[in-house]
Design a protein around this ligand. Structure first.
Ligand SMILES: Nc1ncnc2c1ncn2[C@@H]1O[C@H](COP(=O)(O)OP(=O)(O)OP(=O)(O)O)[C@@H](O)[C@H]1O
Length: 260
């Protein structure tokens, strides 16, 4: 079994800084039973440091969604353990897991998943309300400013472009100051120019906000915004690329048989 670790951490960090944002140890997920078993993940171990941007790639069916679901506590591994910010998810009951997800994990999906009847500000506040947290106006204003939506707080999602809606989703993910933001094809529904703006924004959240981002994508161009790309094949880690270029990622994907 191999553990992937990135070396992108400060040598003067505190203990909290040195605890990986995300730590998977021997995570295996088997779906079905008795002859219909699918081993979607097979002993995956990976530690992702705080303040880094990781892309997860692999051919269709290689286990990317299963990886994200197990890492984010949306699904339970069959064996192995997952830690978010030093807390082991696999030991938590459903209520504690739901609370942890609300507060310490942010999600950005391809389809934005905003509540259409709520304003931008109300959508962004929602995770704090669900977690029963106090809403600090200054922080909310700062988060909306960071994603470039200062003037849009009173609008509803239907009045915004796709790129602006994804900015709302990113603000909603940032608002609880989570240990990790997971992106599931966050630019999959956007045109190329808008996709680049959203990827640059995620990059900025990492570089300037110290956020940790883990993004599943099929797009080598999107993966090139990450510090590291992890490759999955048949449910196992099949290597990584640091400071990836789109060309190098595409070439690795071709070797994994992704486009055949
Ligand atoms: N709920 C489930 N029940 C049974 N098999 C499943 C389930 N979810 C996923 N699988 C299987 O597990 C394997 C990994 O699936 P997963 O969705 O994680 O792959 P993926 O890399 O995200 O694929 P894609 O790029 O096509 O979205 C596949 O063989 C899939 O059919």
């Amino acid at each position: 079994m191999r553990t992937e670790t990135s070396g992108v951490t400060s040598s003067r960090g505190t203990d909290r800084d040195r605890t990986p944002a995300l730590n998977l140890v021997g995570v295996t997920k088997v779906y079905g039973k008795d002859g219909t078993e699918v081993r979607a993940l097979n002993g995956v171990s990976v530690a992702i440091p705080r303040g880094t941007f990781t892309a997860v790639m692999g051919p269709s069916g290689s286990g990317k969604s299963t990886f994200m679901h197990c890492a984010a506590g949306l699904d339970r591994p069959t064996s192995g353990s997952t830690e978010v910010g030093g807390t082991e998810l696999t030991r938590l009951g459903e209520t504690a897991l739901t609370k942890l997800r609300r507060k310490r994990i942010g999600f950005v999906f391809q389809s934005f998943n905003l509540v259409p009847s709520l304003t931008v500000r109300q959508n962004v506040e929602l995770p704090l309300r669900l977690a029963g947290e106090r809403i600090e106006e200054a922080w909310l204003t700062e988060v909306l400013g960071r994603v470039g939506l200062d003037g849009r707080a009173g609008h509803r999602p239907g009045e915004l472009s796709g790129g602006q809606q994804q900015r709302v989703a990113i603000a909603r993910a940032l608002v609880t100051r989570p240990d990790v933001i997971f992106g599931d094809e966050p630019t999959g529904a956007l045109d190329t120019v808008t996709a680049r703006e959203i990827l640059a924004l995620l990059r900025e959240c990492v570089d300037e906000g110290g956020q940790t981002v883990v993004m599943v994508t099929h797009d080598p161009g999107a993966a090139s915004y990450a510090d590291r790309v992890l490759f999955l094949a048949d449910g196992s880690l099949a290597g990584h690329l640091d400071r990836p270029t789109a060309e190098a990622v595409a070439e690795r994907m071709t070797r994994l048989g992704a486009w055949s």
